[in-house]
Design a protein around this ligand. Structure first.
Ligand code: FE2
Ligand code: FE2
Ligand code: ZN
Length: 490
């Protein structure tokens, strides 16, 4: 038997010159990515942690076995129903937005598995595609068992197949990043920015809170997934290094673009979960503090190491950390029937906690909750529509999320005119991303345009039922149906 070191390098990295076909035909730019570089430019491509297929299968099998053991012991309906109701909403938000996005990542990895320009890159991406399939199937399995106890969990599978406004925003992001981008852009966007920078917030940060909440199933599931991410995310760095060497302007452009797009996604998914849906006793840090640790500190250091600058809008990003996810959460709470999970009204203790962790912005945001609390008290429980918006709101033409950038006092929306038509954006970076590749984005219709075109109803209730695919059993409500012990007391 040969030793591992004697054959592994040859097995994972075997490139050759083509004799009867041109390299540009084997790797056309449209599929392999730009800038198109000769094979010699990619010859040095290497990944730090090398795995053979046999090792991959053995490791994954062991991980599956330990995951199934946890599923057997704490993955039952009774275990789920024991969890705090707000936390269950965080689960539904995670379960709908991530697993099928991971399925789109199978496609992105497979494209790199064929068109990545170095064989070692293709090998790692092939294993990455298997990883992403696993990341789709595990949550589908875990949540499927629970649907009979909680119909909203049906959205784990349904979400990306609907025209729900969050799904439109989600697809706008993941279709571009995971399904349509070339392997170079995919590597920078997905492996370097999304997986190295941001997934830690959800998969490490939130998993720590899951432990505090007593949700061992979620903790185990995302930890098992994160160990795969850490391996295939290593594709990002060597691709980015080669890109920086040959086209530093494009490298910086791609980092800037995907950092902003990823930030908006995680502000919603992780921001809601950490600062609103995790019970107070289980909160270890605020969302902003997690971002400071993982992004402001660690990700910024990776940029420095590569000789890249911070994205040009860095100051706007740092300012948004204090407000953006709070603004979207307030929008979502007051339009909760438009989503598939329940939203929680922050209690006086939670508002005090938020004031402590967001001293600069909370005084501006607190009046929203004072007003909602007052209305709920006046209207009484079970009267959802008294604290609910009744007319459709407007969305950003790039990220497809509500136009709620900035603070209640200073909105960051931007209007751009193109070909006589007005385009509204939530922020300067969204406007700039659109202007960078208008041919890619201009034809996409947001919810309001679909309403104006007669494709979607304008009446909110009809929009929710007929277009967003939600009925009374599935749409979001106030978590306690307005029956908070603290509310009745005051
Ligand atoms: Fe994944
Ligand atoms: Fe991944
Ligand atoms: Zn936007």
């Amino acid at each position: 038997m040969l030793h591992r070191e004697q054959w592994l390098d040859l097995a994972r990295k075997l490139d050759w010159e083509f004799s009867y076909v041109a390299e540009r035909d084997v790797f056309p730019e449209v599929a392999a990515g730009r800038p198109w570089l000769p094979a010699s430019a990619w010859a040095g491509w290497d990944e730090p942690y090398r795995t053979s297929f046999t090792e991959y299968v053995a490791n994954q099998h062991a991980k599956e076995a330990s995951l199934y053991a946890v599923h057997e012991s704490v993955g039952r309906v009774e275990d789920y129903l024991r969890l705090d109701p707000s936390w269950r909403s965080a689960l539904k938000l995670h379960a709908a937005t991530l697993p099928l996005a991971e399925f789109a990542a199978v496609i992105g990895n497979l494209r790199a598995g064929r068109f990545g320009r170095a064989s070692a890159w293709r090998t790692t991406s092939t294993l990455g595609a298997l990883d992403e399939l696993r990341h789709t199937q595990i949550p589908l399995l875990v949540m499927h068992d629970l649907v009979r106890a909680d119909p909203q969990l049906d959205w784990t599978h349904r979400f990306f197949h609907t025209n729900n406004w969050v799904a439109i925003a989600g697809r706008h992001l993941v279709d571009e990043m995971l399904l349509t981008s070339d392997p170079i852009e995919f590597a920078v966007a997905t492996h370097f920015v999304f997986e190295t920078g941001f997934t830690n917030l959800q998969f490490v940060g939130l998993s720590a809170m899951a432990r505090a909440v007593g949700d061992r199933m979620f903790e185990k599931m995302v930890k098992s997934i994160q160990t795969d991410e850490a391996r295939h995310a290593q594709v990002g760095l060597p691709v980015l290094r080669t890109l920086i060497e040959h086209d530093p302007v494009r490298a910086q452009y791609l980092v800037d673009k995907w950092f902003w797009r990823s930030w908006l996604f995680f502000a919603v998914v992780t921001g809601f979960a950490m600062d609103y849906l995790t019970p107070l006793a289980a909160r270890t840090q605020s969302f902003k503090e997690f971002v400071a640790e993982w992004i402001l500190d660690q990700f910024q250091r990776s940029l420095d190491d590569l000789g890249l600058a911070r994205p040009w809008y860095w100051d706007q990003f740092v300012a948004a950390l204090d407000v953006y996810h709070h603004m979207v959460y307030a929008s979502a709470y007051t339009y909760r029937a438009t989503v598939w999970f329940d939203l929680t009204l922050p209690s006086p203790e939670e508002r005090a906690w938020l004031a402590l962790h967001y001293p600069a912005s909370w005084p501006m945001l607190d009046p929203v909750w004072a007003r909602v609390t007052d209305r709920l008290r006046t209207g009484g429980p079970e009267l959802e529509w008294y604290t609910h918006g009744t007319t459709p709101i407007t969305f950003c033409r790039l990220c497809q999320l509500p136009l709620c950038g900035g603070t209640p006092l200073h909105n960051t929306a931007r209007i751009e005119v193109r070909g006589g038509a007005k385009y509204a954006f939530c922020s300067e970076p969204c406007a700039a991303i659109f202007k960078g590749e208008p041919e890619r984005y201009a034809a996409h219709k947001d919810v309001v345009m679909r309403i104006l075109a007669g494709e979607a109803p304008a009446n909110v209730l009809e929009l929710v039922r007929l277009y967003f695919g939600l009925d009374q059993d599935h749409w979001g409500k106030d978590t306690a149906r307005g029956r908070y012990p603290w509310l009745e007391g005051g």
